[in-house]
Design a protein. Sequence first.
Length: 637
Amino acid sequence: MKNVSLKWKIYAIGLVPFLFFLITVLSTIKENYHLFKEARSLKSKIAVIEAASAVVHESQKERGKSAGYLNGGVTIESLNDQRKVNDTRQIALKHIVEKSEFSEDYKNDLLAELGKYDSLRGKVNSKSIPLGQALKSYTGIIKKFLNIELDVARSTSLPSIAAKIKGFRILEDAKESGGKLRANMTAILAKDGPITDNKFSTIVSLKAGVDAGIKSSGLTLDPKSIQYISNFKTSKQWKTVREVFQLILKNSGKGSYGQNPARFFSTITGALNILGELIIHQKDELISAVNKVQEKSTSLLWVNSAMLGILLLGVFGFVSYMSKSITKKILSVITSLKSSSGEISSSSQSIAATSIQLNEAAQKQALSIKTTVASIDEIRAMIQRNSAASENSNESSEKSKDEAIRGKASIDEMITSISEIEKSNQEIISEMNNNKEQINKITTVISEIGEKTKVINDIVFQTKLLSFNASVEAAKAGEHGKGFAVVAAEIGNLAKMSGSAAAEISEMLDSSIEHVNAIINSSGEKIEVLVNNGSKKVERGKGIAYKCGDALERILKNITSVNEMVKEISIATNKQSAGVSEISTSISQLDQVTNDNASAAESSASMAAQLKANAQELNISVRELVVVVEGGRAVAI
């Protein structure tokens, strides 16, 4: 099998569906052939049915005339004439049965039934058989021939054909009921006497059988068949039969019907002949249907055979074309595969080398990433410390801000105090000026006291002068003047003492005025210098205080700005810490990916080696594929 080329394998594969289709077509051909055979067999059997139906028709007449003959209403000549006609139909039936496709047993059974006529006729001729027995014997033979229709209907596999056969069997039964009615009524009219209740029931039942048969729902009627039934019902003959039937029923107890049996026989036969024509039409329709089946089966046999031939040629042509096309394409693919296998082998070596380099690079990258991870961890720790420091700075900045606010408040208080000091200095200067004025007033008062002292000195001088004068006058008065002289002396002493005191007071006042003026001048100059210096210092302190206030204001603003920046730094530090954590996580993942890449590189190297081995196996498979395509005659490509 290994040395068989792909082309023949494709032929083998292509034959599988062809064989399946061939089996299907052959099955269809077989079915159509069986249908053809069945149609041909049906035509043979329907020929028997037609011949038997003709025998039945003539036997029904013979039965009627035999009944009339046995009752004396029909002559033997008339009966023999009918027998001759029946014999002709029997001979035809015998030949058709012998050539038919019924089984041999069935044929022999039918032929044996035909042989019963001779014995039955002899008994009728000698009138050694009762009328009822004779009618029963004829009916048995007729039923046997009618049952051929049912046997054929049961044997066919064609439902439509079976339905048609059963349909005209219903008509045959109706006609048979009419034939029996003809025999019984002919015999009754020939005897022209009363009839028994049994005979009465018989003819009523037979008449009902005819009416029920032509009205049966089992009939398959075309428009022409419907017309035949209508003609039968409305025919003059059947109308006469109904009238005679009513007459017999009416006079069944006394007889004397006044009818000619032979004429009645002829009349009812004419009516039954219409049913016979309907049955012949139905049989013609049946034969036409069977012919159509045979023609269709024959046509399908030819079509299926032609299809089989065309399919055979088409399949072999298609398989041949496909095998060549596929083989050519596969050979082209083999060439490409061989070239590709070489490229794969070369590529696998390159991939292996690249995988080794990738593995080394991945290991280096993994080492670098581990170092980076360690550095990132240190940075993260530093950022965390910075974050903590920034938080502490934020707290300190808040405290500094609070202290600056409090310092600014103190500076504001100091500026207020300096302003108050300046105001106090102004008040002091004002008060000093007032004091100077008061001192000037004191100096004025002292000067005025000095002036007053001068007056005292003048008084002292005058007093001394008065004392001297008094002393002089006292001396002049002698003894009388001694007391006055003493007083004058005392007043002189007192004036002298007052003069001395006034001189001392004047000196003291002069000295005091000079000293006060000197003090005033000196104090005024010093106070003025001190006040000026104090004012200057106050102004300088006030300017410094304002500068400090401004500086503190700026410091407060800077501290506020620094505080905001510290907050932003704290937030940024936290974000940096989170970012560094994410970077650390990402680098850890990158480390994992790097390790995975290293593993993948190792796997890639292994796969490259495997790819190389697969390339070698591909070369082997290509050579084997060449053998598969070309078979034993494969050549190297």
